[in-house]
Design a binder for this molecule. Structure first.
Ligand SMILES: [Zn+2]
Length: 717
């Protein structure tokens, strides 16, 4: 009876409580960022939700303001007495001002990518451009350079993060040519401008390359009906026009056309796109890059590009990729052999071989015949909210964090969510993140994490905690179904949210080194590592359940099949990646200054040697957009994959596997918190507790090191 009494009392209390707040204040049940300010102050930290501009004029003015403030700070650096320069008045002052201006640009970027108002987006896009032009100009502020150099010339005794900041800041100036005599510096500036123009031409030629190829229905036998039904495909009685430059059309034909002649014809056209224009543009770009590198005192452009990466030199990148190339050899050989058997059966030619126009087709056949998984049915296990809650539970637990939904003072869309992250052990607030998860007109159309306010120790001794946003495009809910994600969507969410945690948990002192501001060939590795989580049955079972019946988990045999499918042609996938990485490095390797370039003669033999036989008429590099922007950097994808696999072993060997808290906390401490405040190679080795190795990567794609070079190392074509 006591129980009865109590429950009545509780009922009354509950009723009273719900009646107290006036109607309409329901949202106020959520805490606000203000509720965490006291805790932040206790940790000597600042939390901030940006004031979002509401008009195009305000967007414009905010950027002008930010640049004016930064210019004033630059003037102050440049105007000081060179006899009295200090670390704080030069190197740190520059980090302070670029950090503040960078935050203004970050905010404009978010407005550009999310605003529902086209005029706001245009104003923000313009503001970002204004910022980019301004940033380039900092390199050429001679007065600022002189002040910084005066400080560097005192040979100050600095250590740790301070020493790294000094070293890398001066390195930037050297790389921009500020260390050169005036006439040579002018030449570098001039060459850079020309290079940038050629880069724009290269990109434009790729966008403009058109290549319609007409086939008969019989020639396209095997290609799904959906292609024939698409607008613009049927162009005559028995004429079907496929555009080699439209990626999905190209891939659909290459993956499905039974006729080798059809596959080859379309491939030759595709791999010759922009041949007439870009072969010569690329040759000129390579000439200019080589000249710039030599003028700046480097042996080659790949040395220039990799100096600021983990690889440190072109040779460092090359030897890593070469080790991976020979490491996957047995798996690659076995996969090509399997495809060869399939092709031999198709063609009744026992001596047939797999050429570059065959692999997509046999890869697809293999997956259809042996590893078919119904991707659509799998979506039922991934309703958006369950996946989000499940991921939150895992990350909160392994990284020792707490995520709390708070009220957003301003929302650019109704379903925008704002969360506050605290350390679960100490209650210290660490940062804030926005989630903008579903597509709409005019919004950024990929999936990415954006930093809005970076982490930094401010000049008053307080630490500015980061604010970030995830902008994604998951399938929106419909009238009768919740948002149901694909497995690949789930993988993307785990990946992108990893970047958010990398940003938010930072402890680096300087903006330059905080969060994800790490070398380009490392930044993806921690997030690529987290992708492993969604291929693990134990992890999936913590959140993936049929939305119509929560007791139904994904069957073990399906998870196994998914993993087997991923592994089935991993050797072919990676050898193709390595071929691209190798040819990119070869194009940017040492080259006599006045010798002309022949980009096709350099790259085609590498494609053939590392991947599969090609048609000699093709010019793959003329349509390889990465060569402008990722030049001497393509290797970074494979590099980060290999490091990701290496780092995953810390979890795989831990008691709790991917849910192990000790391993998670170690990742947070050694990788996330450090950012680039110390050499990332040191951070990785501290996390691993040993030197790096490529063996875990090879093992992950199905190569057991005990079985490795069982066959002679013949060159596979
Ligand atoms: Zn990423």
């Amino acid at each position: 009876m006591k129980h009865f009494y109590l429950s009545i009392l509780q009922g009354i209390l509950a009723l009273t409580l719900t009646l107290v707040p006036p109607v309409g204040l329901r949202a106020a049940e959520l805490k606000t960022v203000d509720d965490f300010r006291a805790a932040a102050a206790k940790a000597n930290a600042i939390l901030k939700v940006p004031d979002w501009e509401q008009t195009p004029e305000a967007v414009d003015a905010a950027m002008k303001d930010a640049i004016a403030t930064a210019n004033k700070a630059l003037d102050e650096i440049g105007a000081q007495d060179l006899g009295k320069v200090t670390f704080k008045s030069t190197i740190v002052a520059l980090d302070d001002l670029t950090y503040q201006a960078g935050n203004a640009a970050n905010k404009a970027t978010i407005i550009k990518e999310t605003s529902t108002n086209e005029k706001m987006r245009t104003a923000a896009e313009n503001a970002v451009k204004v910022f980019q032009d301004w940033v380039v100009g900092i390199d050429y502020r001679e007065d600022v350079y002189k002040a910084l150099k005066a400080f560097a010339d005192t040979n100050p005794k600095l250590s740790g993060e301070d020493a790294k900041l000094l070293f890398e800041t001066m390195r930037d100036y050297r790389r921009a040519g500020l260390g050169l005599p005036p006439e040579k510096r002018k030449e570098v500036e001039q060459l850079r401008k020309e290079l940038s123009k050629l880069g724009t031409d290269f990109d434009t030629n790729i966008v403009n390359a058109q290549a319609p190829v007409v086939f008969t229905k019989a020639e396209l036998d095997g290609v799904p009906e959906s292609l024939f039904a698409s607008p613009g495909i049927k162009t005559g009685e028995d004429a079907y026009t496929v555009k080699a430059n439209v990626t999905w059309q190209f891939i659909m034909v290459e993956e499905n056309a039974k006729s080798e002649a059809t596959r080859k014809k379309l491939y030759v056209v595709h791999d010759s796109l922009a041949k007439d224009t870009n072969v010569s543009v690329l040759n000129q770009m390579l000439t200019l890059r080589n000249k710039i590198a030599l003028l700046l005192g480097y042996k080659s452009w790949d040395d220039f590009q990799t100096e600021i990466k983990m690889a440190k030199s072109g040779a460092g990148a090359k030897s890593y990729i070469d080790r991976l190339i020979s490491g996957v050899q047995p798996k690659f050989d076995a996969e090509v052999f399997t495809m060869q058997k399939m092709k031999a059966a198709d063609t009744s030619d026992p001596n047939t071989k797999i050429d570059v126009w065959d692999w997509r087709y046999y890869d697809n056949q293999l997956k259809k015949q042996k590893y078919a998984v119904d991707k659509e049915a799998l979506r039922n296990y991934f309703p958006f909210q369950n996946v989000l809650d499940g991921m939150f539970a895992i990350y909160q637990s392994i990284f020792g964090l707490k995520f709390e939904k708070i009220a957003a003072p301003y929302k650019w869309i109704d379903d925008l969510q704002l969360y506050l992250v605290t350390d679960s052990a100490t209650g210290e607030p660490l940062g804030v993140f926005y989630l903008d998860m579903f597509p709409r007109e005019g919004k950024f159309n990929h999936f990415a994490e954006f930093e809005i306010i970076g982490g930094k120790l401010l000049s008053d001794g307080k630490y500015q905690r980061p604010t970030v946003a995830l902008l994604c495009n998951f399938p929106p809910p419909s009238a009768d179904k919740p948002s149901l994600m694909t497995h690949s969507d789930v993988e993307t969410l785990f990946h992108e949210f990893g970047h958010a945690l990398h940003s938010i948990t930072t402890r680096a002192k300087y903006g330059r080194f905080a969060g994800t501001h790490v070398p380009g060939d490392f930044v993806e590795a921690p997030s690529q590592m987290l992708q492993n989580w969604v291929w693990d049955k134990k992890v999936l079972d913590t959140f993936a359940a049929d939305y119509r019946d929560q007791s139904k988990k994904i069957p073990a045999e399906i998870v196994k099949k998914m993993n087997d499918a991923k592994l089935a042609t991993a050797g072919v996938f990676y050898r193709r990646q390595f071929a691209f990485a190798s040819l990119d490095l070869a194009l940017h390797n040492s080259h006599p200054e006045d010798a002309p370039y022949d980009c096709v003669a350099i790259s085609n033999p590498i494609l053939e040697k590392v991947f599969l036989p090609i048609d000699p008429r093709t010019t793959f590099v003329s349509y390889f957009g990465h060569l402008n922007g990722y030049d001497a950097g393509y290797y970074g994808y494979a590099w980060a994959d290999a490091i990701a696999a290496d780092m995953a072993t810390v979890f795989e060997k831990a008691k709790g596997g991917y849910l192990d808290r000790q391993a998670g906390l170690k990742l947070r401490r050694e990788i996330y918190e450090e950012g680039d405040s110390r050499d990332v190679t040191v951070s990785i080795e501290r996390f691993l507790g040993r030197k790096q190795s490529i063996q875990p990567f090879l093992k992950k794609i199905g190569i057991d090191d005990k079985n490795t070079p069982a066959r002679p190392s013949s060159e596979t074509k």
